[in-house]
Ligand binder design. Sequence first.
Ligand code: GDP
Ligand code: MG
Length: 442
Amino acid sequence: NLTQRLARVMKTLKGEARLTESNIADALREVRMALLEADVALPVVKDFIAAVKEKAVGEEVIGSLSPGQALVGVVHREMTKLMGEAHQGLNLAAQPPAIVLMAGLQGAGKTTTTGKLAKLLKETQKKKVLVVSCDVYRPAAIEQLKTVAAQAGVEFFPSSPSDKPEAIAAAAVDYAKRHYFDVLLVDTAGRLAIDAEMMDEIKRLHAALNPVETLFVVDAMLGQDAVNTARAFGEALPLTGVILTKLDGDARGGAALSVRHVTGKPIKFAGVGEKLSGLEAFHPERMASRVLGMGDILSLVEEARKSVDEEQAKAFAQKLKSGKGFDLNDFKDQIGQMRKMGGMSAFMDKLPAQFAQAASQLGGGAEEKMIRRVEGIINSMTPLERSKPELIKASRKRRIAAGAGVQVQEVNRLLNQFEQTQKVMKQFSKGGIAKLMRGMKG
Ligand code: GDP
Ligand code: MG
């Protein structure tokens, strides 16, 4: 794994004041090997290593940094650059309907991603979205888009396998214009491999539609093959962006590093799950952090933002503002929210390596178990006890412990922990937790 490998390499660089060609040579060789193992295309690796070397040599190892950390800094910076620096969103600045054409191989995730984008545009940008399928070879693919559109809550323009893709597209554009849709997402047919017929068809569709966005959808699991596909689509179509799917399953991350380099187009979104909510804005800097194992705290925050129930957050902020304080009901809600974020282990995955390591020393699944016990104890309390924990004296403690099937000491421990948390929350509320929460909701 690239992360572990890099971590090992970086440790070998110790006690040097400046990065030099010779003191980083071994490390760079390892980085190169690691990238190749991560399925990054060879020309990309070569360019990348050259860039890192140029930037690193002569770099002073400042302050408390070790030379290894200094080199990681350079690798991180260059990796971010390789993937396109800042996040770029969709450009929908066009006479409505803004047309978005989805291109890519069969199984890349075009239909799923069409649904994800539809949902995103509808929910976050309040767009009126129409979707249409030009996949006339597989009736099931048209049905699939229909299902996905219903899930996303957007309108589906029906198409028939006996029609020509361009005719379907033209009819959909016409319909979208007459019914004042903001955006038209056009799903297309892919093949199992790059093939002339498919390329001709998508080129004709592109010419007929003149889309404002032409997105190349590519499966991150393809690794090295993603590069060849990206090149072929990039040569056939004036792509405006890339969507990298199945990043949830891609342990190696090689495709993310190569695709931008090969197409010269920004990766705009990442697919991170089969569900329609599994689409994230692609942030090069965060991706580089993830590849390097620095922990993806930013995306953790964003996930939390999505999962936190807006109403709950508002009520919570209100409660703190009114000085009523943070009680065990809130504590329980917080645990629930942590669950929504994918449970403790998903949470741990997002933390920087050092923390995650410490946590994992608790043993497999220990955190989950602990959380479940805490939840069990709180469940055994009455609502009154949850809002006024100070009422919980010896006899109540015994009742709660019995109800939750734990020892009284555990109830004590929870109450102590809670008291600590409450203190911290009080501090926060003085500094304006309401503001903090609003910030979280972005
Ligand atoms: P298409 O042939 O390009 O339209 O691909 P589909 O949208 O039908 O997707 C092919 C398969 O990949 C389906 O089983 C999807 O559920 C799955 N899929 C698509 N995107 C993702 C993703 O981001 N993560 C995961 N895990 N699966 C995905
Ligand atoms: Mg499809």
